[in-house]
Design a protein around this ligand. Structure first.
Ligand code: SAM
Length: 128
């Protein structure tokens, strides 16, 4: 990934906080992400990209919405966020959800690959 110094700072910041991010029992990120997923009106069986998935606030809600026939891909520039969320996925034996370290500014998917692209509290950080 080729990154500017501000993007590197964002990545380092979220690498540092990944272990405790959204894990303290305060209901903040999840209600926002749940409402985003409701508004996105995802359908059963859809393919969804979650940009800046972090610890999965929108990822898990989207996976519930698309069901077992769908697929949700979560990407994040923070390797620590992805490592923690991948561990959560394994613990939950989640199917139909994968995560990867990837820059939302240049995701490695062709046009039209996904039915929907979402990003909760994250898209404002992705360089345009
Ligand atoms: C405020 S957190 C939100 C995480 C999660 N979506 C939530 O609602 O809890 C923002 C996330 O966006 C990620 N992020 C920032 N810039 C990004 C980029 N260019 N591409 C992918 N992820 C990015 C950060 O690493 C961080 O995990």
């Amino acid at each position: 990934m080729n990154m500017s110094s501000s993007e590197t700072a964002v990545r380092r910041t979220f690498d540092t906080v990944a272990g405790s991010y959204d894990q303290n029992g305060v209901e903040y990120f999840r209600p926002i992400a749940t409402r985003l997923v409701e508004l996105a009106a995802l359908g059963a069986g859809e393919y969804v990209l979650d940009v800046g998935c972090g610890r999965g606030a929108a990822l898990f809600a989207a996976a519930d919405a698309v069901g077992p026939a769908g697929q949700v891909v979560g990407i994040d520039v923070s390797a620590a966020m992805i490592a923690k969320t991948a561990a959560d996925l394994r613990r939950r034996h989640a199917t139909g959800v994968v995560v990867a370290v990837m820059d939302g500014a240049a995701p490695g998917f062709g046009p039209g690959y996904f039915d929907a692209v979402i990003g909760s509290n994250s898209v404002h950080m992705v360089p345009g």
